[in-house]
Design a protein around this ligand. Structure first.
Ligand code: PNS
Length: 162
């Protein structure tokens, strides 16, 4: 059984993430979307909100599960008995961080492989940060995030203004 983890902050999930999830789910028996509950960061969405959004958007993918994790990714991978980490690569600017993450994880847990998937060209500029930046100024984010996510982001920024 090939079990892979696609880890990230997903604050919030974008079309780019969904594209990787759909493609990665075809490459393994089970794909766990590992949503990082990072207490040091100050995410726009709570961990429960992020897990719930992703679960709704992936409910049609039978071999995809959504779980949150805290602490080290290698420990989460060991706990889940996962052999593969999936990461999306958009452009060369992602490479430096990603290679460091993959290699440090490899040193810590040599049995764990990191597979990089190239982001589809149409999402190569896209990130959660871009979506939040546009939303914070009332911009159109319909090309960035699924329709279900739009009112949730808008509500966050409307509440901040009050
Ligand atoms: O979506 P992101 O924020 O780019 O995802 C980064 C993530 C969650 C994959 C990475 O920060 C991570 O694995 N964090 C868990 C802590 C960890 O294992 N750190 C050691 C690697 S430097």
């Amino acid at each position: 059984m090939k079990r892979a983890i696609y880890p990230g902050s997903f604050d919030p999930i974008t079309f780019g993430h969904l594209d990787i999830i759909k493609r990665a789910s075809k490459l393994c028996d089970e794909l766990i979307i590992g949503v990082l509950n990072n207490k040091q960061k100050n995410p726009l969405f709570s961990i429960d909100e992020r897990v719930s959004m992703i679960s709704e958007l992936t409910e049609n993918l039978d071999n995809v599960k959504v779980e949150c994790f805290e602490g080290l990714l290698v420990d989460f991978a060991k706990k889940k008995d996962a052999q593969v980490i999936i990461r999306g690569l958009r452009a060369v600017t992602d490479f430096e961080n990603e290679i460091q993450l993959a290699q440090s994880n490899k040193v810590q847990y040599p049995e764990l492989e990191t597979l990089f998937m190239t982001t589809s060209l149409k999402y190569s500029y896209l990130s959660s940060t871009v979506a939040k930046e546009f939303a914070s100024y009332g911009g159109d984010i319909s090309l960035f995030v699924p329709p279900q996510v739009i009112p949730l982001i808008e509500a966050k920024f409307n509440n901040k203004e009050k």
